[in-house]
Design a protein around this ligand. Structure first.
Ligand code: MN
Length: 421
């Protein structure tokens, strides 16, 4: 039998004004959630998900992989219900990656969204999870390269998230708990800035999981810190404390690794003053939440012989009556519409004023777009041929992207007609 030792760190980063990431260290359960949504909604989504996950997993009689999946689905429902109950929270969502030691000692990893789990096994780093993002799917289909994905303008778009529909397919991976292995759960703020090589090097250098987690967060900040960064390092140790992951490391002078005996939930760091605009770019999500398709092979294409992906059936139709299923389908449809209608921004005109709207141009069914931001620019600040597309509404995946688009239009005019304006 093995024991787990964990360390964790989270940081708002250098650009965002608040930390929407949350993490959980409650042995034998560990998790990271990266929330999204306007105002405080992102923080609410990740906090609700983490709390519900912990409660549901603790309530299951035996820790099993299926129990972890059920706990993730309970977390999904909790976020969904919170959004339903609070109209100002509509459209919020969160990623969730969770790791739990289950009966038999194996490690189950459940994932929804673009947070990640990695494992360092015999010095080799492997991504356990597959990102539920547009660019990850494009890479899997061979349409773009991994390098192109890293700079793709739509890299923020997720294809699956927790809390945006009443139910969600959850990816499950089951890994052997080999003494010496190190697992990393992280929000996308880490891989967005830090290469696999650097992640791997830090894990090999620092034996203490808390120090490794902290250093990974620091590496992300040194490389830009454009997003919130959260890292939980979970080390697999054997009972006797031999073959500790530290044997791989050369952490001379490091203080002895402290175990974290009690459960703890991350408190989002207090918000420092907001930096000026154009950076507050919430992760956008595409409308169609993917059905439970097999996850593409982990980025990097390394074989994962010890990892099995299972697909729990979304609902046991024999138990749930036909009427219930019908209601659920209708509810999902309506919820999907609300979410689709609210999850985008576009740049448009109100009179001659350039305005950023939340919603879809022309609205969707009964859901009309609302003004998210009135800019100080008018149609006279952009080239005249741009006005028509503004009148139609230029869709952007996020508020930040919409601001960037306006800035680009204004810059374009100043370049072309420097004397004017
Ligand atoms: Mn993030």
């Amino acid at each position: 039998m093995t024991v787990l030792r964990a360390g964790s760190a989270t940081d708002v980063g250098l650009v965002r004004s608040n930390n929407q990431d949350q993490f959980l260290v409650a042995p034998p359960l560990y998790a990271v959630a990266d929330g999204m949504g306007g105002a405080a909604a992102g923080e609410v989504a990740s906090a609700v998900a983490i709390e519900a996950l912990g409660e549901a997993f603790a309530a299951s009689t035996d820790p099993t992989p299926e129990g972890l999946v059920e706990a993730a689905r309970a977390a999904n429902r909790a976020v969904w219900e919170e959004a339903e109950a609070n109209p100002e929270m509509r459209g919020m969502g969160t990623t969730l990656v969770a790791l739990a030691q289950v009966d038999g000692g194996q490690l189950a990893v459940a994932n929804v969204g673009d947070s990640r789990a990695y494992v360092l096994h015999e010095g080799e780093l492997r991504q356990v999870t597959s990102d539920h993002s547009l660019v990850a799917e494009m890479v899997a289909e061979g349409r773009i390269s991994k390098e192109e994905a890293e700079i793709h303008p739509r890299r923020n778009i997720m294809t699956r998230a927790l809390g945006v529909e009443p139910d969600v397919p959850v990816d499950l991976f089951v890994e052997e708990a080999n003494p010496g292995d190190r697992f990393v759960l992280c929000s996308d703020g880490l891989p967005r800035e830090v290469s696999d090589e650097v992640i791997s090097a830090v894990l090999r250098r620092l034996a203490d999981p808390a120090e490794a987690a902290k250093e990974l967060v620091e590496e992300a900040k040194r490389r830009g810190g454009n997003d919130n960064i959260t890292v939980v390092v979970v080390d697999v140790d054997d009972d006797e404390g031999t073959a500790a992951p530290g044997e791989l490391a050369e952490a001379a002078g490091d203080p002895p690794a402290a175990e974290e005996p009690t459960a703890m939930v991350a408190a989002a760091a207090p918000a420092p003053p907001a930096p000026p605009a154009a950076s507050d770019e919430p992760t956008a999500m595409v409308a169609a939440v993917a059905p439970a398709t097999p996850a593409p092979p982990a980025a990097g294409g390394k074989p994962a012989p010890r990892s099995r992906l299972r697909h729990p059936s979304p609902l046991n139709l024999r138990v749930v009556g036909f009427v219930l299923v019908l209601l659920l389908v209708l509810g999902a449809g309506a919820g999907g519409v609300v979410w689709y209608a609210r999850s985008a921004y576009y740049v448009g005109l109100r009179g001659q004023q350039i305005v950023i709207y939340q919603g879809r141009p022309g609205g969707v069914l009964w859901l009309q777009p609302t003004v998210a931001e009135v800019t100080r620019y008018t149609t006279s600040d952009v080239l005249s041929y741009r006005v028509q597309s503004l009148r139609a509404g230029q869709e952007e995946p996020s508020l930040g992207a919409a601001r960037n688009y306006i800035a680009a239009l204004v810059a374009e005019r100043q370049r072309t007609q420097p004397g004017a304006a």
